[in-house]
Design a protein around this ligand. Structure first.
Ligand SMILES: [Mg+2]
Length: 388
């Protein structure tokens, strides 16, 4: 049993949207296929992975360092002999051979992308959904297939106006989401408040709005927004300041009593731990958005979950960034609080298997082997073409 090939293709996921920091006109991602010599249903098992939007494809790093290390390793050193399977932890260690600690850069994205494909292959070899495998190996044995999802959108785009924003948000509500998210910090505070109020007027009982500043604000601006946002009873106030400015995040808690969220741009257990140690995040109300597909994958995310437990945080406070099925599987298998979803963006990579409906912001995951990519026809067509 061994990995015989790792293929990468850098794909466009561009659109004309922007947040407070970047536009997405040149956005790409890496699609990876990990090809094994294991045969199931008459075909070689292939695991697939891709990185989340926002950090670009990592083909150079994957081709130059991380894939060659896996392919050069003694296949016996990457196996889980007790389970007659591949061992994601050993494969992760092989990828990270001769990598110094700290300074994670975007190598964490390259590793996380391959790691996703490895877990997909491991669950397919075991013949069960990844969420079930995770519940059995690392959870309480009981997967919870119903997962909370919210609709992320509300970017700034040319010619949008309040009407365009309202139409977009209403379309998410019409598709079964009860929590929607929009961007802030790409306009003046007064304009952002007008945009927020336009959306709030659409919401019915039990429906909520979250806002996301994408790390744009300095401390005075973050506080000014905190004061203005306090009047709205928002689902959360996300990534107000620079993701590595833990002091800013901690001080902001003195000015904002409602829930805050951050963490999508922290790419290691150590960075996440610094947020927990120094960022003033409150385990009774705040949300953690670490995204395994950007941060060394699930092997590292398991370390992050262990760390959170040591600091008194429940996994249910985690709602990862990224809108991919990998985090849906982790949420169902290990009891996360939910997952992001981009109903209209970054297709075909985001979203759910075909036929999965959102009801009251809940999706029920089907019982597909692996992560479940084969259940999403447009995505699987791209994956199959890479593996062919
Ligand atoms: Mg965000």
């Amino acid at each position: 049993m061994q990995i015989v090939d790792i293929r990468e293709s850098t794909r466009p996921i561009q659109s004309n949207i922007r947040n407070a920091y970047i536009d997405f006109s040149k956005m790409t991602l890496s699609l990876v296929a990990v090809v094994t010599d294991v045969v199931r249903d008459g075909k070689p098992v292939v695991g697939y992975g891709f990185n989340s939007n926002g950090r670009y494809g990592q083909g150079g790093l994957i081709r130059e360092r991380f894939a060659p290390r896996v392919l050069a390793a003694d296949p016996a050193s990457l196996r889980d002999d007790a389970r007659d399977n591949l061992d994601p932890h050993k494969i992760w260690a092989a990828m990270m051979t001769n990598e110094k600690p700290g300074g994670h850069g975007e190598r964490s994205v390259a590793v996380g992308t391959i790691d996703m494909a490895v877990w997909d292959a491991v669950a397919k070899i075991e013949g069960k959904p990844l969420y079930q495998l995770l519940a059995e190996r690392y959870g309480d044995g009981q997967a919870r297939r119903e997962v909370f999802v919210y609709a992320a959108g509300g970017y700034y785009w040319p010619g949008q106006g309040l009407d365009g924003l309202r139409r977009e948000m209403q379309s998410y509500l019409d598709r079964g989401y009860s929590v929607v998210k929009k961007k802030i910090g790409g306009a003046s505070l007064a304009e952002d408040c007008a945009r927020i109020e336009a959306v709030l007027k659409l919401l019915g009982p039990g429906q909520r709005l979250a806002v996301d500043a994408n790390g744009r604000f300095d401390l005075p601006t973050a506080i000014a927004y905190a004061k203005a946002l306090s009047q709205y009873d928002l689902f959360w106030y996300e990534e107000a300041g620079d993701p590595l400015d833990y002091a800013l995040q901690a001080e902001l808690a003195d000015h904002y009593a409602g829930p805050m969220a951050t963490g999508e741009n922290l790419f290691s257990m150590q960075d996440a731990r610094n947020l927990i140690r120094y960022g003033g995040m409150r385990p009774d109300r705040d949300w953690l958005q670490f995204d395994c597909a950007l941060s060394y994958g699930l092997v590292e995310y398991l370390r992050t979950l262990d760390m959170l437990e040591q600091y008194g945080w429940s996994a249910s406070r985690c709602i990862p960034h990224g809108g991919h099925q990998m985090s849906l599987a982790i949420a169902a298998g290990l009891g996360l609080g939910g997952n992001e979803s981009y109903p209209d963006l970054f297709q075909p990579y985001g979203g759910f298997p075909d036929g999965v409906q959102v009801r009251d912001s809940i999706v029920t995951l089907p019982e597909l082997p692996g992560i479940g990519f084969e259940g999403k026809a447009d995505l699987y067509a791209e994956m199959r073409a890479l593996a062919a």
